[in-house]
Each structure stands twice: as structure tokens, then as C-alpha cells.
Design a protein around this ligand. Sequence first.
Ligand SMILES: Nc1ncnc2c1ncn2[C@@H]1O[C@H](COP(=O)(O)OP(=O)(O)OP(=O)(O)O)[C@@H](O)[C@H]1O
Ligand SMILES: [Mg+2]
Length: 410
Amino acid sequence: MIVPVVVLVVVVWRDWISALIIAGTLPLIPLFMALIGAATRDRMDRQVRTLQRLAGHFLDVVAGLPTLKVFGRAKAQAAAVREISERYRVTALATLRVTFLSSLILELVATVSVALVAVTIGLRLMSGSLDLRTALFVLVLAPEAYLPLRQLGANYHASAEGMAAAEQAFAVLEKPLQSHGTRGDVPDPAVAGITVDRLRVAYPDRDRPVLDGVSLTVEPGEVLAVTGSSGCGKSTLLAVLLGLVEAEAGSVRVGGVDFADLDLAAWRTRLAWVPQRPYMFAASVAENIRLGCPDASGDQVRQAITAAGLADVVQRLPQGLDTILGDRGAGLSAGEQQRIALARAFLRDAPLLLLDEPTANLDGQTEREVLDAVRRLSHGRTVVLVAHRPALLALADRVVELADVGVAAW
Ligand SMILES: Nc1ncnc2c1ncn2[C@@H]1O[C@H](COP(=O)(O)OP(=O)(O)OP(=O)(O)O)[C@@H](O)[C@H]1O
Ligand SMILES: [Mg+2]
């Protein structure tokens, strides 16, 4: 912004005619830039989105290759991969074409403008109305006035792609957060009961609510088992208690305080959760267990491991606790991953434990060990346990059939 203005001022002082030409042609570059921008904006947006979608699709196909191979569909997917690659090539080259064409136009405008200055100087030199010194001075300086704008033009398309990507990021950032309260003094679930009253939960793309009119209470310090047929909404109920899914109607109260008024982050410090499909991170076993409790001592981690029936497993691992897991827990069996999730929850030492089928992948003996640990842990804590298996139900102080406590959707 400064250089073109300074050059213009200096040139005005030596040769006002050239200055006039420069001043007249300089705005052409931003003008063309705006015109090109307006013409290609939609196209750039579309291309950035297409490239992203193709990248995601490609990842999906590759991640699913073992399944496809077993079901004999790998060859068919080769065609899909070929097609994706082809579309990627076409889209990428279309983006490049726009970029090159628009840089060409901007460069052309700058070059023609400098040529205009040079030609008029040449003509005036020949007619003798301009001395050589001034002519050379202006000729050397003139391109400098255009240089910053040319650079701007060259980077313009990178910025257009950046804008398209930034807009998507902002669309996510600007989406209003789930409206939740700010009450930080969360009641302690170990001493305060949870009352669910005529809860209705619906997922946006489903026409029927999953839970409707569900009412139940969780007494402080009890182990409550929730059962029900597959797909009846047990995990959804836990998701509501976790603050991951918002209720459409009805209320959840914790020790008399409306759940909607609670500060979610403060509430979540009070609970530990073993999801139905636990997520493992590509980090060491110890780090995976320390997830909810990064400062836990080695002793505490070992205790959690024993409680979760994981001690033998850790011993068998090549580097013990420091063994690095693959993505999504590759290298561990489903039951081992589940026990890591249990150890995670045990280590967390939270007053409210939410367990979603915690022993689904375990054999009878390991299940009994884990159940003993859950029983020991449930002292002074509240546990909500989603369960099918009789061994788990036996652990509960009270069993609630979801279909009995509400108008279940099915
Ligand atoms: N994110 C979602 N979007 C749309 N529908 C969903 C979503 N999650 C779950 N559902 C639907 O909601 C219903 C209840 O799901 P939920 O996971 O709560 O069942 P569940 O009782 O835990 O079943 P299971 O015993 O098999 O774990 C199911 O019919 C499911 O298809
Ligand atoms: Mg479930």
C-alpha cells in the first residue's frame, strides 16, 4: 500500500505525464482482481468442497478395505477409487486453470501498463521534450509501482481458497452452542439424586422420538441397572445425562437443580463414562488410561488396571504400559479395549459412574472380576448401568425396564 503511493509521488515530481498514466492504470489491477473474484467465487467454493468430500470418501473406502475384501467387494471398490482419483484430478486441474488464468490476466494488465509508460517516454525522448536522465529515472521506477499489486494478484487465489476454507470453519464456530446454564456449584451426584421427568428425546432425522415420557429416579449411592430391547434408547438416556444430547421436552434434575442450568464442564467433572464402543487414542496404554485423570500417579494407574482385570493383558504387551496403540486401539482385542475404558473410569474416581454394557465383550471369569471391581467401586458412588446380561443385573440394587418407565418409541 505504501510503495505504489511513494513511487507515484516521486514520479509526479519528475514527470507528471508518466505519473498520470501510472495513477490511471494502477487501479485496474484491484478492479480486475475484484471482477475475477466475483466470477470465480462460487466455483472456488464448490471446488474446495468437492476436494474435501473426495478426500473424506477416499479415507472411508481405504478404512473399509478389510471388510470389502472379505465380502468380495474389494475389486468393485478399485473402480470407485479410480473414479475418485479421476474426479480429484479433474477438480484439482480445474482449480489450477482458474488460478493460472487469473494470474495471467493480472500480470498482463501490469505489463501493458508499464509498456504504456515506456512508449510515451520513448516518444517524448525522440521529440526532445524529455531528457534522458528523467526518462531513465521514471522507467526504472515505474515497474516498482506495480510490483506489490502483482504480488497481491499472485497470492490472490491462495487467499480465495483460504477464504473458502475459513468460511466453513466460521460456519462451525458461529453455530450457537447448545444452550446450557452456567451454574458451577454442581450438586454432588453421590449424595444428590437424579430425577428424570417425562423426558422426550428425538434425533433430527427421525420422525419418531426415541424416548418419550420417560420418568425415573436415580437414588444417591445406588446401582441402577437400565435394561430394554436393543435400540430402545438406553444409550440415548446416558447421552442425555452426559449432556451430549439435548432433551426435546421434560426435565432432568440433579438434587433439585434443573440440569439445563448446570455448567456442563463442571457437571462432567463429576462423572466417569464407559461408552458402549470405547474410543482408544493412538497413544500409550498408560496415556489412554490417564485420559480423564492426567495427573494420576503410577500406583493409582496400577490399581485401576487391577480393578479392571487388565493386569495380565498389560503384562503380555511388548512394552507393558508404554506400548503405543494403533489408531482406534488397533493391536488390542475388543474386550481388552473395553477393560482399558473401565480402568479409565475407575481411575477417574468420580461420584457418578455411567456404564454402557461394560462387560459385553468379556468372558465369564473376566466379567466376574470386573463386576467385583464395579461393586467395590460403587460404595459411596452412584452408578447407572446399562445391562442385558444377568450377571450385571445381579449387581444392581434396582433394575428398571426402559419400556416400563415411559412410552417407549417401539
Ligand atoms: N445419532 C443418532 N441419530 C439418529 N438416530 C439415532 C442416533 N443414535 C441412535 N439413534 C437411534 O435411536 C434409537 C436408540 O438408540 P440407542 O443407541 O439409545 O439404543 P440402545 O437402547 O442403547 O440400543 P443397544 O442395546 O443396541 O445399545 C435407535 O433406534 C437408533 O437407531
Ligand atoms: Mg446402547
